[in-house]
Every structure is written in structure tokens, then in C-alpha cells.
Write a protein that binds this ligand. Sequence first.
Ligand SMILES: NC(=O)c1ccc[n+]([C@@H]2O[C@H](COP(=O)([O-])OP(=O)(O)OC[C@H]3O[C@@H](n4cnc5c(N)ncnc54)[C@H](O)[C@@H]3O)[C@@H](O)[C@H]2O)c1
Length: 502
Amino acid sequence: MANTFETVGVVGLGTMGAGIAEVFARAGIAVVGVETDPGALERGRGHLEGSTGRALSRGRLTEAEQAAILGRVAFTTSLEDLADCDLVVEAVPEVMDFKRALFTDLDRVCKPSAVLATNTSSLSVTAIAATTTRPGRVVGMHFFNPAPVMRLVEVVRTVTTEDGLADEVAGLARRLGKTPVTVADRAGFVVNRLLLPYLNHAAVLLEHGLSTRDDIDTAMRLGAGFPMGPFALLDLIGLDTSHEICEALFQESRERRHAPAPVLRELVTAGLLGRKSGRGFFHGEEPPANPSSEEKPSASTVAVLGGTAGNGTGAAEGAAEAFAARLSAAGFKTAPVEDADLVVAVSRTPVIEQAVRLPHPERLVGLNLVGDQVAEVASTVLTSPGAAQVARGLLRILGRTPVSCRDRAGFVVGALLHPHLNDAVRMYESGYASMEDIDTAMRLGCGYPAGPFEMLDRLGLEAVRDGLRALYAEYRDPSFTPAPLLDRLVTAGVRSIRDLSS
Ligand SMILES: NC(=O)c1ccc[n+]([C@@H]2O[C@H](COP(=O)([O-])OP(=O)(O)OC[C@H]3O[C@@H](n4cnc5c(N)ncnc54)[C@H](O)[C@@H]3O)[C@@H](O)[C@H]2O)c1
């Protein structure tokens, strides 16, 4: 008989547990909230009162509704009080020994039919289940922070989970107003398995000196359309948590892409954990909403070139012509390459080959227009700092936010976004999750305006495949090789990867 989940236990009323308890109570379900000691229990109660109090002050709850929600939660420090619960969700710290000890105790105190769920982000649900005498009744139920707000719940079934149980838990998630995505037990599930390698890659590129923290964040927000830049997001997630998730991914995959960036280890060791400790990549200040506009262009004449040989496609030539026309319209004087103070090579690929053919290579910058807001300004080893600065100022006048970077394949947005999308294709190709589930998980779990497969279709499969090939040629990292499926689709002339799923 299907479980009706009338009484639910939540163990650990910290950041996640208090939110999870609120979610159940809001859905009319009786909750037993457990903490280790009276002090922690009061803090947990405080989280719940604070969160529902904010909803009350914003007019999203009435006083009666708030009272009813809080009235459904019983607070206790005794695990024995979970004896009658139909489901217990564990949200204690992300330490395997804590979880295993707790599940052994839960197995002892909970009735045999009870479902035991863990909210772990990166630990093996299978290993946690194995500490109980009922591994068939154990699942992952991964909520996102803040639990009352975020709609996604990843439901994780292990090889030992009873048939049908994950569906019942997914049904419960829907009853809570959430959107469940059900997957097998692999490190990071869908969201963290895709998100963390991308964030880690941003940290690696920062260490390589590709660009600055602020320019990388700006590029991904305004260029890729992500709600936050990778460094602001790493600070929000917590650098310790991010490091742990990367480590868990690496232990499973042994992929270089998953090996935590050394800067993460260093910051964590120094106690700089991000927002929770007041300093991480950012020093307590808010990430700049609008990067500074210090540059004043002083170039009297500008020359515009198209893409490099072999990549000088008609599209690049067209983009160069359109850019030159915009410059003229904005009052800038153009000049032949030999005479111009600034040479702008409009290109999606590195521009050093063009620079070395010029009489004044120090005057050349690469320019890649990303979307309608960002312009990547690539400096070669020969570019003078003055030329790059002038280019930034000029782009601001044209209404673009400049992002400075070194002359490397993919510049910033391509270097980060293409492997991220490739990871999603590989995940789908491995049979781990459907395209719809991956798109849903990334939209609801990360606030992406579009899922990875929607982005792939918009950017063009061939452009992404070519971007990956260029990255592989540059860095020789096997994880940048295009997923075989992506390659095959381009070869077959298929334009929309999502056609496969319909
Ligand atoms: N914070 C996030 O953004 C986030 C998001 C998704 C999942 N998670 C996962 O949720 C879990 C909890 O994370 P958190 O950020 O809420 O941690 P937290 O440190 O804020 O809260 C953990 C709580 O558990 C309590 N606790 C510890 N041992 C206990 C025990 N044996 N019995 C009862 N209570 C106990 C602690 O007193 C504390 O209040 C972790 O597995 C984490 O990976 C966290």
C-alpha cells in the first residue's frame, strides 16, 4: 500500500533541516524535529520562527497560518520520539561517520515500515543505507537551499532501494509543491555533478591568470546569463562544501576536471570559507553589480580586422564589418591597420597569429562579442596595457561591458561554458538522467534561465563542438573532448539536440 507520509521526522535543524521541517509543516504534515541538545534545538526553533516570520511580514503568510505551521512541529532532543514517523529526513553535517552512526540509531528506533532519507549533497547514499537493516527503505532526498523557496528535490535511489519507493518519495515531493528529479546514486547527483566542475574550472582559470575574479563573474552573468558569477556562487555555497563535493567527484571519476583547484584548498585551510566566514574569494564586500567604468579611451584611430586564417569565417567578417560600422557611428575614426592607434581583431579564437603579422603588434587586441551585453577583450603577450585599456573604454562607449582576458582558446565564456554543456551531454549519454530532467534540475536548482540542452540548441551544436575542440587543442585535457554524441549530431547535420528526446 502506498505510504501516506502523515508524520515526518527531521534530524538536524540547521540551515537545511529547519527549512525542510518548514516545507513539510507548510504542506500540513506533522513534523518531529530532532537536535542534539537544548541549545541547538532552540536555534532550530529560531530558524523556523525567523523564516515564517519573514513570510508573515512580506504578506505571504497570515498569523493564523504561521501559528498552524509552527504548531505542526514538535521539537525534541530524543531520537526515540521518531518511533511513529513514516519518513525521517536526516540533515546533520556532511560527515560520513556522523551519518552512518545516525542511520544505525534511526534503524533501531524507527518502525520497520519507515522510510529513511538523507539530504546529503555528496556522500554515497548506498554506503549510508548499508549501515541499516533496511537498505531497501533508504533513499536520498536532496533539497536545495533555502528549502522553503527552491523547488527542486533530487530523489536518489540506490541499487538496494525497493522498487517503487523512489516514485512514492517523488510523489511526496510533489505534494510539498516541489519538482522531483529521480536519479541513481552517483557523487553529486545531477546539479552538483554538473555545477561544481564548472565552478572549480573557474577557480583553475583564475589561477592560470586567464582573467580576474570580477571579470570572470561578469562574463558568466552578463555573457552566459547565469544568475551569479562562479566566484560569488562559490562563496555562497561555501568553499569547504565546494571543496568536499569536488573531492567526492574526483574520488569517483579520477578526472582532472574534478580535482579541487589548489586555491580552494588554500582558502579553506586559511579558514576563508566564503560568506559564512565573511571572506572567501570576496573579502566581505558585495560582488560588483556594475563593474567600474574607469577607462577613458584616447585612441584617435581604430582599425577593425576579421577572424584569423582558418577561422576567418564569413560570420567573423560580418561581425567585424558590423563592429566597424558601430564605431564610425559612435564618432570613432577608422584607419588602415598600419596607421591605427588601436587594432581590434574581431574573433572567437586567439589572435596572436594576426598580431605577429602587424607592424605594431602591441596595438592589437582580440574582441569577442558575447550576447548583447559583453565584449571579451583578449590581450596577447605582445599587447600593450594601454591598448587593452583603450579598448575597454571604447567598448563601454558602445554600450558593452568589457571583460579582459588572455589570448586563450574560448576566452572566458567559451572556456567555461562549453565544457559545462559538454558535461551535461556526457551525463545524458551515460544514461544517468534524461535531457528534460537535467534541464529542469539546472533551471530549478541553480536558477539558470535555460537548461544546458536549451543553451546548446541556442548556441548551436557545431559552435559548441568547435569550441571544445579548440579547448582540447589548447589544454590537451581529455575532459574537453566533445562528447561522442555531440560530434555525431554535428556530423549528421542535426540542429537540435532536444529532438532526440521527443
Ligand atoms: N547548506 C546547504 O546549502 C546544503 C544544501 C543541500 C544539502 N545540504 C546538506 O544538508 C546537510 C546539512 O547541512 P546544513 O548546511 O544544514 O548543516 P548545518 O551545520 O547548518 O546543520 C546541521 C545541524 O545538525 C545538527 N546535528 C549534528 N549532529 C546531529 C545529530 N546526531 N542529531 C541531531 N542533530 C544533529 C547540528 O546541531 C546542526 O544544527 C548536509 O548533509 C549537507 O551536505 C546542505
